[in-house]
Design a protein around this ligand. Structure first.
Ligand code: S3P
Length: 436
């Protein structure tokens, strides 16, 4: 597909439901007793794979309408042994959170995924799970997929300091801790997204959240709760909103509204950074009545300037650096994004893929250690073909860049966009984007 130079974007639309919350709603619904009704579920491949895994583990999962789903769970430790391997496709979150949930059940399950997921590190997840009593066997080098996990019969509650700020590691430990007697504690030096903690409380678990140092948190879960099915309303995904948002900023004369976007402060580092760059982003109709804060986001095209993004902001915008790099290319001046080591282990080596994406389109960019430095010149030549490396966010960011570029941008593979934002192309076209 090619993104051609486009004129201004206008209109109002809602991007699909938040991926993190959609995944958690299915998993916690499957671990609860009774029915969980979900509305606004993201019906992207990543989430559909998790729904299928929950079925294989014994939960009843049904689609009842557009984005509305019903899950009847089996209770904490109630998973049945799946007959076939669980295939999580491209999804690190689905795979890793379910590894945690399985670690607290007396069953064996094999975990697998696509070529991208098979390259990603899993030791960071199963190290604490093994401490809790699970057993892991893997045939591949370096603790990668496919692997087989045998859950603990008597899980041990632990105190675990995460080696990197990661909501996936934190969530896996907490989900395993559900089956353990006593208190399971996760300490993180920098706070990562807290959707698991918030949703566990919503389903009836006791979770204490304290601050730890300047940027960190200590989360303590009381084990063996009776989780009860509860309704979940999934707000629009701020990470998906980021693509039309940056497109509107860089296309002169644009004025768009993205409705019901989740604004949990542990997810909105991009909004903070773009505002520092001079972006005109307004939050309208703020609401807080569905478990997570949300607002309608009005974005008008803005003259952007380069900034320095501090490393401690990374957890709150970890999925947004690719599209921020696009905004930085259209800004005037240098943008330095610091502390991006975790980008190397995302759906692709995102640090390298982002630099290549910019370079082939005439943008000056440098990787220095874990930092990405983009030289903004106020315009992007374009004309390049971007290698997406099975990474949805590289594909969408490259297309956003193409819309504002002089010569357009092509991407080699559109298929992975369906993992997180299945209607990306029609939604962007409705705003006025030229995608052909
Ligand atoms: C996610 C956590 C993040 C993020 C991913 C979704 C989650 O990964 O990159 O897209 O839903 O918990 P890490 O926890 O590995 O940083």
């Amino acid at each position: 597909m090619e993104a051609r130079p486009s004129s201004s974007l206008s209109g109002r639309a809602q991007v699909p439901g938040d991926k993190s919350i959609s995944q958690r709603a299915l998993i916690l619904g499957a671990l609860a007793v009774g029915e969980t009704r979900i509305s606004g579920l993201l019906e992207g491949d990543d989430v559909l794979n998790t729904a299928q895994a929950m079925r294989q583990l014994g939960a009843k999962v049904e689609r009842t309408g557009d984005g509305t789903w019903s899950v009847r769970g089996v209770g904490v430790s109630g998973f049945a042994a799946p007959e076939k391997p669980l295939d999580f496709g491209n999804s690190g979150t689905g795979c890793r959170l379910v590894m945690g949930a399985v670690a607290g059940a007396p069953i064996k399950a094999t975990f697998d995924g696509d070529a991208s997921l098979r390259k990603r590190p899993m030791g960071r997840i199963f190290d604490p799970l093994v401490q809790m009593g699970a057993k892991v066997s893997t045939v591949s080098e370096g603790g990668r997929l496919p692997l087989t996990l045998a859950g603990a019969r008597d899980p041990i509650p632990i105190v675990y300091r995460t080696p990197v700020p990661s909501a996936q590691i934190k969530s896996a430990v907490l989900l395993a801790g559900l089956a353990a007697p006593g208190v399971t504690t996760v300490i993180e030096k920098e706070a990562s997204r807290d959707h698991t903690e918030l949703m566990l409380r919503h389903f009836g678990a006791t979770v204490a959240i304290e601050t730890e140092g300047v940027h960190g948190r200590k989360i303590s879960l009381t084990g063996q709760p009776e989780l009860a099915g509860a309704p979940v309303v999934v707000p629009a995904d701020p990470s998906s909103s980021a693509f039309p948002l940056v497109a509107a900023l860089v296309l002169e004369g644009s004025d768009i509204v993205l409705t019901e976007v989740m604004t949990n402060p542990l997810r909105t580092g991009l909004f903070t950074t773009l505002r520092e760059m001079g972006a005109n982003i307004e939050e309208l109709n703020r609401r807080d009545d569905v478990g997570e804060p949300m607002a309608d986001i009005r974005v008008r095209s803005s003259k952007l300037r380069g900034v320095e993004v501090p490393p401690e902001r990374a957890p709150s915008m970890i999925d947004e650096y690719v599209v921020l790099a696009v905004a930085a290319a259209f800004a005037e001046g240098t943008t330095t994004m610091r502390g991006l080591h975790e980008l190397r282990v995302k759906e692709s080596d995102r640090l390298a893929a982002t630099a290549d994406m910019l370079r082939v389109n005439g943008v000056k960019v440098e990787i220095s250690g874990d930092d990405l430095i983009v030289e903004g010149r106020g315009h992007v030549p374009g004309g390049g073909l971007v290698a997406t490396h099975m990474d949805h966010r590289i594909a969408m960011s490259a297309l956003v860049m193409g819309l504002g570029s002089v010569a357009g941008v092509k991407v080699d593979d559109m298929s992975f966009i369906a993992t997180s934002f299945p209607n990306f192309v029609p939604l962007m076209r409705r705003f006025g984007a030229e995608l052909t």
